[in-house]
Design a protein. Sequence first.
Length: 155
Amino acid sequence: MSKLETPMTRWYWQQVGGTLIEEFCAVPGSRSCGTRLLDGVLIKGGELRIARQAEVKLKGQDIVVIQTKAGRLGMYLMGQAFFSAQLMQRFDPRSVESVALVGRDDEVLRPLFEQYPGMHVVVCPADVMSIKPLQRTRATKRIGRHEPPRFGSRG
């Protein structure tokens, strides 16, 4: 996970509780397949802590898979979230939900994703992501109007 995505995943965990496993390895890499790391897996109702994967058992547990992206909801993240839930079936949990945790929503894609049972989109507040808003200077205002910046000038 990136520096922006880790705080987002932890924010979501703090909202819902349970035990969080970050960078969960759903499929170890081999010659015939790539490693599949999930941004997070929550054990619902578990102790409120961050655990290592080796410390927990998922069999018979209610879990939430978290796939995080600091930007807008997109089809790549939707695919990750959807298929991550399928990959987690190999751990024999009682139930699996999947959350696409994003910095910005998409009004067209969200309903397509959420029409499937257990698939959810959650938009993280901007202040959690520690993103400072772009400082608007005269140069960026000109760029925004499709005018080239004037290098070397004071704006």
